[in-house]
Design a protein around this ligand. Structure first.
Ligand SMILES: Nc1ncnc2c1ncn2[C@@H]1O[C@H](COP(=O)(O)OP(=O)(O)O)[C@@H](O)[C@H]1O
Ligand SMILES: [Mg+2]
Length: 392
């Protein structure tokens, strides 16, 4: 057949990037040749089409777009994790969407507004794209330990319906310094290949390292590698950095994050809601929750969780003990969670100090009747106590 070698070359070239239309036309050609009894040519075209099938099997079927427009291969339980070559320990952990928290941590209204605006940008990806804009691709979350930062980052990923590649940078750094840069490079390549939210937890590890070691040159290299990798990830996926010590963070790293969210320690109202959530199985009343929030004023959400666990255990193991007794014991065993002033008040063996402190509390209003109930006292006995302390 005349010029068939040119037709064959045309087909091969078109099929290297096959669209529906190309496949349709090449199949039409095959049928036409078949009709004319050109068996040799039919076989050649058929082979070209079979190669396309193989290609399609290897890539596009595995590459999916998420609800929220991240691209890349799908992570599975079989995906090999990047490892430290020296120690063979994995450099990251994958948290799949079904393991991500469905409930956000409890924050005050300002933080909720900031978070919603980040998530909303991604939910409106198409609209933003149509005006040549794109959502923020990176976010730094900072604040004191136990304030719910890691939980928050995982919840953001849940909202984006995307698995998390979780990297604890302190783990990464503890390996031989010389291999740290290579580990960082491997990690970012891994994150670039797969559809994921890259979560860089304990980010301050790099900064701490800078103070701890003499190997200044190597540290600079590590920071530079990190900066370069963050830059090259600017248009890929979503990256969250978390740090407990934002002041230690290199300003150049700080600037790489498009959004920055500070998570403060819970206010009294937020603490009340956190305890209310964690203690929902014990049916404490408003007065009791108010007292508990007062006791751990200035503590973190994680501390509130510890107190809640303690109270749950006590409700089974120490059924005779009053709430105040239980909190007293918790305070003595958790000096890092209950501040010194509150601990001293609770430590005193008689109830005088506690009653006076609660009565004199100005921001939270405790009524005499409420204090009496908490301490299992007769309200009139408390009134006498009040008039006596006024006389003094
Ligand atoms: N504001 C909060 N609301 C609800 N739970 C909280 C809050 N802050 C902390 N927690 C709980 O405390 C625990 C530790 O939180 P985590 O996210 O690890 O804190 P961080 O990463 O800031 O150190 C988690 O179980 C989390 O659910
Ligand atoms: Mg954390």
């Amino acid at each position: 057949m005349d010029h068939f070698n040119i037709i064959q070359a045309l087909c091969r070239s078109a099929l290297s990037n096959p669209s529906e239309a190309v496949l349709h036309q090449v199949n039409r050609l095959k049928q036409a040749l078949d009709k004319d009894g050109k068996d040799k040519e039919v076989k050649i075209i058929d082979n070209l089409l079979k190669q396309v099938d193989k290609l399609v099997d290897m890539s596009p079927s595995k590459i999916q777009k998420s609800l929220i427009r991240f691209e890349g291969e799908e992570l599975t339980h079989k995906t090999p994790l990047p490892v430290d070559k020296e120690t063979s320990t994995p450099l990251a952990e994958i948290i799949f969407t079904d393991q991500l928290p469905t409930e956000p941590p409890i924050f005050d209204a300002n933080i909720k507004v900031a978070l919603n605006s980040i998530i909303n940008e991604w939910l409106n990806f198409e609209k933003l794209k149509s005006i040549d804009a794109q959502p923020s691709r990176s976010c730094l979350i900072y604040g004191e330990p136990g304030t719910g930062k890691t939980h928050l980052a995982l919840w953001i990923a849940k909202q984006m319906n995307t698995p998390v590649v979780l990297v604890r940078l302190d783990g990464l750094m503890s390996s031989f310094l010389g291999t740290t840069s290579r580990n960082i490079g491997n990690l970012f390549s891994f994150a670039a290949k797969y559809r994921c939210v890259l979560l860089l937890d304990e980010f301050d590890a790099i900064a701490k390292l800078r103070n701890d070691t003499q190997e200044v040159g190597e540290i600079k290299r590590v920071v530079n590698t990190l900066l370069q990798n963050l830059d090259s990830r600017k248009n890929t996926g979503f990256t969250i950095g978390i740090t407990n010590h934002e002041s230690l963070l290199d300003p150049a790293i700080w600037r790489r994050f498009e959004a920055q969210i500070e998570i403060p320690k819970p206010s009294f109202e937020v603490m009340y809601s956190i305890l209310n959530k964690f203690l929902n199985t014990l049916s404490f009343n408003e007065n009791e929750l108010k007292f508990l929030s007062w006791c751990i004023e200035g503590a973190s959400g994680a501390d509130a969780e510890s107190l809640s666990k303690w109270l749950k255990k006590s409700s089974v193991l120490n059924q005779q003990a009053t709430l105040v007794d239980n909190v007293r014991r918790f305070a003595m065993l958790n000096s890092g969670r209950v501040n010194l002033k509150k601990r001293n008040i609770l430590a005193s063996s008689n109830d005088e100090d506690l009653i006076n402190s609660l009565l004199n509390e100005t921001t939270i209003n405790f009524k005499q009747r409420e204090i009496a109930t908490l301490l299992n006292k007769n309200p009139s006995a408390l009134s006498k106590h009040v008039s006596k302390s006024k006389r003094l």
